[in-house]
Design a protein around this ligand. Structure first.
Ligand SMILES: C[S@@+](CC[C@H](N)C(=O)[O-])C[C@H]1O[C@@H](n2cnc3c(N)ncnc32)[C@H](O)[C@@H]1O
Length: 211
């Protein structure tokens, strides 16, 4: 009985922390702390979070110039760098220097040389217009208070007919529903190309639509 109470209390605390974090993130930037990067670097995490499946859905090609917003320690960006070879390059834009330090160290360790890390806020202009073939975000959009501004920046920095890809995984505390992602992306000029996967792990691919 005591064990059951402890279990219930732990679950309630976890849910409470998640909901509070989610609500506060609407108003100010409270990104995933750098000390949690260790979880995203664990050996088994790729199978658990579907890293290769996500990259397959995004469908980047050799020679392309690709940006990941919020790459953290590079769970997706390091294998993405290999997928755009030969001739392609990838960029990772993250708001936390600690995450970029982990990303750079892991890229060196993996022997990846076509990866550039950039420190900055995705809701502000960081790159010249029409720079990228593909921009992707995985479990990041809900962490950014200015989601509309961020997607507007994506629209501007994508080449004409470039691809925006947004992946959300439940129960990430900042999980965004398919409907929300679609509404936000369409409001700034994207058109849905394809929705992949179930509600708890979906990837929404959009094409840049110039008026
Ligand atoms: C939950 S981690 C996801 C990491 C990676 N996409 C993955 O799925 O393994 C979210 C990342 O987004 C970054 N981030 C949060 N807000 C950001 C913003 N406004 N601009 C750029 N990066 C941001 C955080 O620093 C963190 O590295």
């Amino acid at each position: 009985m005591k064990m059951l109470k402890i279990l219930l209390l732990s679950i309630l605390t976890l849910v409470g922390v998640n909901l509070t974090w989610r609500c506060l993130s609407r108003k100010r930037s409270l990104p995933c702390p750098t000390w949690l990067a260790g979880i995203l670097e664990m050996d088994r995490i790729d199978a658990f979070l579907g890293t290769e499946a996500t990259l397959d859905r995004i469908g980047m090609k050799p020679g392309q110039k690709v940006l990941e917003i919020g790459p953290g320690p590079g769970r997706l960006l390091i294998p993405a760098a290999r997928r755009v070879q030969p001739g392609g390059e990838v960029f990772g834009l993250d708001i936390q220097p600690g995450m970029l330090a982990r990303l750079n160290a892991r890229a060196v360790q993996a022997g990846v040389s076509n990866l550039t890390s950039v420190l900055g806020n995705a809701s502000q202009s960081q790159f010249p217009p029409e720079s990228f073939d593909v921009i992707f975000l995985v479990t990041v959009l809900g962490e950014i208070p200015d989601r509309e501004d961020t997607l507007r920046q994506c629209h501007s920095t994508l080449k004409p007919s470039g691809l925006l890809s947004v992946t959300e995984i439940f129960p990430d505390p900042h999980y965004q529903s398919r409907t929300t992602v679609r509404r936000l992306a369409e409001a700034v000029g994207f058109r849905l190309k394809k929705m992949h996967g179930p509600l708890y792990f979906f990837t929404a691919n959009f094409l840049k639509y110039s008026h």
